[in-house]
Design a protein. Sequence first.
Length: 387
Amino acid sequence: MGQPHMHKPILFLDRDGILVEEDQVDSFEKIRWIPGVFNALRKLREESNYYFAMVSNQDGVGTPSFPSEAFWPVHERIIDTLAGERITFDAQHIDMSLPEDHCPGRKPGIGMLGEYFEGGYDLEHSLMIGDRLTDVQLAKNIGCKAIWFADPSRLEELKQGIAGELGLSETCVLVSDSWQEIAVFILGGKSVKLERRVEIDRRTAETHVAVSLNLDGSGKGSVETGLPFFDHMLAQLIRHSGVDATLHAHGDLQVDEHHTVEDVAIVLGQAFLQALGDKRGISRYGYEVLPMDDVLAQVAIDFSGRPYLVWDAQFSRPSVGTFPTEMFRHFFKSFSDEAKCNLDMRVSEGNAHHQAEALFKAFARAIRQAVHRYPWSDALPSTKGVL
């Protein structure tokens, strides 16, 4: 099934100063949470594709002034409390050296983070959030961007003195001590770029398909094609991709469902292609492994400008309700052709309804990752200069 972190950007998070108040947190009484951190991180965990990695300097853990038995129970309480709020970390990197040790793993050193340079991660679109300029410097050393968790009035510190000499103002994309503002910024809510909306009305002698699409939506919309199970699948696509869309199709169902399914896929593909525009600042790639009861679906998508479908799905029966399962491949092939995207789609054996639904949900969640637009980036995600 491949690596679950494929093409994922990383959200590197300091601990003291952004999750809990800055201190030598060596007792439960010293755990004081930063306001807004739970709601913001939960939203980021649930609505973004970031790999969450804690990166923290904990000076002198294991020395008499900071015994290990005073650190670990408190740290585990912090992690458990966050997990109880549906905020989990994929990795933790904690350096316990003292500044005078000059340890290569101590921030802003990258000695603890070698695994992220071995491929599979999207460092260009990764972020470091920390309350010190050394966190911003760490981001520069990694090759990603940073959010400095500080009062915005301190912005000038990025442009002067040592920070200015290090060029940190180019690395830092936001200075804020508001978790709400940070979450909105990361999720693209304050982007000043043009809205990615499109409407298409396509009429042929066989079908009439009308689509309204907003890539920066919240998973709301309506579907009506005259094919109940197809409507159910398209509703899953809207909900789990996070786009807003309305889709209405009237086709020659008295003949069969082929023309309606094909033309819906054509119009949806055209809508995504047009809404993505020049594709600057987008992730481009999306990947999802999704279990659904007895089946496991895997979908990878690349809005590369080139259509290609790899399909590995053997349905357990020829139809779900009255909908022919052979039409699923044709739908995704037609979408790939019109959206000009690579699609790799696989599903295990199992219940045919679950096979189809898992594929559509995985497809939707892969799209959600791929169309995400980073508000601080205007880069084209290609070395060719065009997608």
